[in-house]
Design a binder for this molecule. Structure first.
Ligand SMILES: Nc1nc2c(c(=O)[nH]1)N[C@H]1C(S)=C(S)[C@@H](COP(=O)(O)OP(=O)(O)OC[C@H]3O[C@@H](n4cnc5c(=O)[nH]c(N)nc54)[C@H](O)[C@@H]3O)O[C@H]1N2
Ligand SMILES: Nc1nc2c(c(=O)[nH]1)N[C@H]1C(S)=C(S)[C@@H](COP(=O)(O)OP(=O)(O)OC[C@H]3O[C@@H](n4cnc5c(=O)[nH]c(N)nc54)[C@H](O)[C@@H]3O)O[C@H]1N2
Ligand code: SF4
Ligand SMILES: [Mo]
Length: 713
């Protein structure tokens, strides 16, 4: 490992005390924050009190923004690889050198593959107008967000049913009477505002049913906990729907006015009785009947959460879909205490931000992953990242030569990093734009260090929701090292290739003015508040104006888009054999104090991160001779590692559970390197294994082997 050349450290300046309104960057929730700056240093971080739900709250990760900022273990200048990929041999480069290098390689890629041979993935969210515009300048349709391993199935399920995607589904927790969560570990895998609203609902007396093979902290808050068999929630939902129809516990008026395809539904669930589901899920039939009586009492103030984690096996699409159907049956769609669909500014008579991408014509090329064409049910605006890697491997339907991983670490977030590295071998150019030495950055040809969220401004964000708003991430302090904001980096690359027109802004303020034109909102207002709401109060569409964005304008149980894709509206439930002996389903999740793989090197979070253990049920541990605290070997494919066992009845006997985000390998991240085990490595063979309807990687179908570590006597 070596880095040659001198760093170009820039001054940190500015006397006095200031308050800056901005957006947290410690996870992708991007909560509104208030930053206190004293003599050019960040002295305090808290939630933005101008946001009535957020208040001054922050989560532990948000509060660890200060140690993150003042940690030197991050790329401090652009770095250009000098040895083989992944060998850790780098040369410090000036921005001119690094960007010239990138531009030269891009020219070669364009000559060989055309502009469509350039792909980029990022985290998704409210800033993607920038990255989409960057790709559009090359004529490339190959933008991807991270959703293939996150919410792709839930997203596509929502699109197939209500014509709007996952992020358009909002929840009015505070006024809900019953919240049903499928592995949605809302108080640990958290968003601050959502966790606060959920706790407020419980304080108001709401009931919560929590369904998870593992009892998380959210299970401890719930009024009912079902230890469901892994990957069987679809059977559970089919039986709940069966019982809802049988008890006639649904909102007949809502269904008659707004739902189409009830005949298809009745047929799909005619035999899926509570008794039938019991053999698949392990949940007693009588409990389903009690539950249905209860939710009928609480309707329409009922939320069935379509999930995130249930979005990670081969039938998760149908889990999310049936979950959303349950909301429709309860009449809890676009209702207080239920689901509230997001509104754009235009929906409420205001004007939205002007899009940068609109300055350029659309790419006019099919996507390399077939989203929107070969797979009409997959959202072409987001793509499916495994499809990019399949194209890299095969060169089909066309070749890809360059890939930008921007605010995204696929070697941590996609299953089977060794398979992914083999796909990356085909690339002529791999660029990582990060604030940290991610696993992907370490393998890249060039690392372009972005200034941290406290050191830079972003393009403005438009938050669609019950109350649409614009949000500001503003620069609070000067960059500590030789880093740049993303909008500048992308502009400079395009300028070098003579494609700079779409991003030709001299300053971020000039860019903001472009975005804000005609909206009636000013930069000054945003700087004063951090967030500017476009309506006085959350807007719930009155029933006489309610119309969905599906082809029929109704909630489509008989989905037109699924039919076009040749997919059933309800697949038959696929039962999994219970793994036995030393074999288990591998489940995973996150602790409240870490964000994926990006936090373990944070000086503060590293200190408080929980010890990673392997949860295993006593009835399965005993025959393997494993007792609590033993070292065990866990193997998946050709990879194996050692962990400490946590023997507990709070995990389903078919599964073991571990935390994600451990097992980093970059030596320059000294606190995280070598700490714990990376679950993605155990998911060998899953890079191209996905839910055929929803497209999300089937991570929770991974089977691992567990045995007690031999100790020498
Ligand atoms: N095996 C397994 N795989 C998983 C998961 C799991 O639990 N287990 N979880 C899945 C889920 S839900 C998700 S959402 C994905 C998440 O996967 P990713 O989106 O890849 O993860 P993040 O940690 O959010 O961030 C990715 C990168 O962004 C960088 N970054 C952070 N802030 C900035 C910034 O301001 N600028 C720039 N340029 N970069 C920044 C981080 O340093 C990190 O390297 O992983 C998925 N994959
Ligand atoms: N602290 C923290 N908060 C975060 C994040 C973070 O990294 N750290 N990331 C954010 C992101 S990107 C996401 S996507 C969310 C994720 O939010 P969630 O999906 O709520 O959380 P996870 O921790 O991924 O996993 C939740 C649970 O799913 C359970 N599970 C596994 N298989 C099944 C199954 O078949 N059925 C059911 N019902 N449950 C199952 C697991 O046992 C686990 O307890 O969290 C967000 N919030
Ligand atoms: S949930 Fe926590 S880490 Fe994520 S943006 Fe909000 S405060 Fe920051
Ligand atoms: Mo996620």
């Amino acid at each position: 490992m070596s880095i040659s050349g001198a760093p170009n450290v820039r001054g940190v300046g500015g006397p006095g005390r200031r308050t800056v309104y901005s957006m947290c960057g410690m996870c992708a929730t991007r909560c509104p924050i208030e930053v206190t700056v004293e003599d050019g240093r960040v002295s305090w971080l808290q939630g933005n009190p101008n946001d009535s739900v957020m208040g001054a709250s922050l989560c532990a990760r948000g509060a660890a923004g200060i140690p993150f900022e003042y940690d030197d273990e991050r790329p401090q200048t652009p770095l250009v690889r000098t040895g083989p990929r992944g060998a850790g041999q780098w040369r410090r480069a000036s921005w001119d050198e690094a960007l010239d290098f990138v531009a030269d390689r891009l020219r070669e890629v364009i000559d060989e593959f055309g502009g469509r041979g350039i792909a980029l993935s990022d985290r998704g969210g409210p800033f993607t107008d920038l990255t989409r515009t960057f790709l559009r300048a090359f004529g490339s349709p190959n933008y991807f967000d991270h959703d293939a391993t996150c919410g792709a199935n839930a997203h596509h399920a929502a699109l197939s049913l209500v014509g709007a995607g996952r992020s358009s589904i909002g929840f009015d927790y505070r006024r809900a009477r019953h919240i049903v969560l499928y592995g949605r570990n809302i108080v640990e895998s958290l968003k601050v505002k959502e966790a606060k609203e959920f706790m407020a609902a419980l304080a108001n007396g709401a009931r919560c049913t929590y369904i998870d093979p593992r009892a998380s902290f959210t299970a401890a808050k719930a009024t009912r906990y079902w230890q469901v068999r892994p990957n069987s929630d679809y059977a559970l939902n089919l039986a709940i729907i069966h019982e809802v129809l049988k008890q006639e516990a649904y909102d007949k008026d809502f269904v008659a006015r707004f739902v189409s395809g009830m005949d298809v539904l009745r047929e799909a669930v005619c035999e899926t009785t509570p008794e039938w589901q019991q053999q698949h899920t392990g949940i007693a039939a009588a409990e389903i009947r009690d539950f249905v009586r209860e939710i009928a009492e609480d309707a329409p103030h009922v939320i069935f959460h379509p999930g995130w984690m249930v979005a990670r096996h081969k039938q998760s699409f149908y889990v999310s879909r049936t979950t959303l159907i349950l909301n429709a049956l309860m009449g809890s769609v676009e209702t207080e205490g239920g689901i509230v669909l997001a509104k754009t500014p235009e929906d409420i008579g205001r004007k939205g931000l002007r899009r940068l991408a609109d300055r350029l014509p659309g790419p006019g090329e099919p996507r390399v992953d077939g989203a929107g064409t070969e797979h009409p049910q997959w959202d072409p605006a987001k793509g499916l990242l495994h499809g990019l890697f399949a194209a890299l491997e095969s060169g089909q339907p066309y070749g890809i030569g360059a890939y930008f991983a921007y605010r995204h670490d696929p070697l941590t977030s996609m299953p089977d990093p060794e398979a992914l590295k083999r796909a990356f071998d085909k690339l002529k150019l791999l660029v990582a734009i990060d604030v940290r030495y991610s696993e992907t950055a370490w393998l890249a040809d060039v690392i372009l260090p972005e200034s941290t969220y406290l050191e830079r401004a972003n393009i403005l964000a438009q938050h669609n929701g019950a109350r649409p708003a614009f949000g500001l991430r503003d620069q609070a302090v000067a960059p500590r090292f030789d880093s740049r904001p993303a909008w500048w980096i992308f502009r400079e690359i395009l300028r070098r290739l003579g494609l700079g027109d779409a991003l030709d802004f001299e300053s971020i303020e000039e860019l903001w003015d472009y975005q804000l034109e005609g909206t009636g909102v000013t930069v000054a207002q945003l700087r004063e508040n951090g967030v500017v709401g476009l309506a006085d109060a959350p807007f719930i569409t009155p029933r006489d104006q309610l119309k969905f964005r599906t082809p029929s304008g109704r909630i489509e149980i008989d989905s037109a888009i699924l039919q076009a894709a040749g997919l059933p509206c309800f697949a038959p439930f696929a039962s999994h054999e219970a793994p036995s002996g030393d074999r288990f389903h591998l489940l995973f999740g996150r602790p409240p104090v870490l964000t994926h793989g990006q936090s373990l090197n944070n000086p503060l979070l590293n200190e408080i991160a929980p010890e990673q253990t392997l949860w295993i049920h006593p009835a399965r541990a005993a025959p393997l001779g494993i007792v609590d605290g033993d070292e065990v070997e866990i193997s998946g494919g050709r990879y194996s590692a050692f962990m400490k066992a946590k023997v507990t009845p709070w995990i389903h006997p078919d599964a073991v559970f571990m935390l994600h985000g451990y097992g980093a390998t970059v030596p320059l991240a000294t606190r995280a390197c070598g700490l714990g085990v990376a679950d993605q490595r155990l998911q060998e063979g899953r890079l191209h294994d996905f839910d055929p309807a929803g497209g999300g990687n089937a991570l929770t179908e991974t089977i691992v082997q567990v045995r007690r570590k031999e100790t020498k006597k």
